[in-house]
Design a protein around this ligand. Sequence first.
Ligand code: GYE
Length: 357
Amino acid sequence: MTRKNWGKGLLSFVLILSLGIAGCGMKKQTVSTDEKRENSQREIVIGFSQLGAESDWRSANTQSMKETFTSDKGYRLIIEDGQQQQANQIMAIRKFIQQDVDYIVLAPVTETGWDTVLEEAREAKIPVIIVDRKVDADGSLYQCWVGSDFNLEGKKAVEWLHQYLVSKDIPDNEVNIVDIQGTIGASAQIGRTNGLLEGVDKYGWNLLDMTVGDFTQAKGREVMEDFLKKYDNINVVYCENDNEAFGAIEAIEDSGKKVGSDIAAGDIMVISFDAVTKNTMKHILQDKITFAAGCNPHHGPRVEAVIQQLEAGKKPDKYSFVEERIYSHDATVPSIELNGTNYPVTVVTKDTMEEFE
Ligand code: GYE
């Protein structure tokens, strides 16, 4: 049932109910079989405002939506690429409203600034589903959100680093970290940066610098080149996604330094987030990335489940987090414990690589 038909369905339901209550022999008003057939065959049109194509994670996310919402299943998916600009995404949503799509799916570039356009969608009675990053708008302006716990991802990375340093007898005050941040104001940046700041506060590591790398390889490289010019004692690089890590690794190797986990021998250790491709797994296998917190991009099936619930007149859970693994080059830290939950570390092997594309 589409949104409009849902309205129709509700009307019929109310009619049937009131007739049932009145119960005075009037003709029963139910949805005819023909109408039902017509409803079930109607195409569901989804406008997806994707924030950009900045990373491997993003490509996998777009792909998951495309693979899920296919025409043979009765969907029409319209994708608009915001190119990392909120103004483009707002324009896309307005276009979807004009097109009178059945659902709007929004993967927002940053958390703030969505109220007006979401209000417009509500006025047009188009349900909005938020995926990946969050919006800080009033909860009544969207149906639900599906994505990752970015704070938890940050905490996992920090706890793993702590355990690693302890087992290698490396004192906290010898740890010199730089942070290549994601797009400022994006949930993934906020959660991962906060995780690091908490760790720095708790363990007393030296945080030398933090600069935005926009989740891209090119910017990651540029930022790392600057850091290497400014500091000669960096031994940990905290990259807020894998593409930034790839760029940082290039910069480190070009400078003549070595990436790897042997901090005591002068390596620069790379820590990263996402772990969605075979390429990342290869980097972990080679100890170019020593630890990566996984971030699940396969939201298509989850969004479809939400749409099916809404179609059936049900209320989806307001917030649903997805499960994520953590990966490392070796088994120095076999698992970490956070708030009573144990997270096993997957040591990457050639077999692990085969699980990825
Ligand atoms: O980690 C990064 C992407 O919001 C989870 O965005 C997403 C992040 C992901 O550009 O690679």
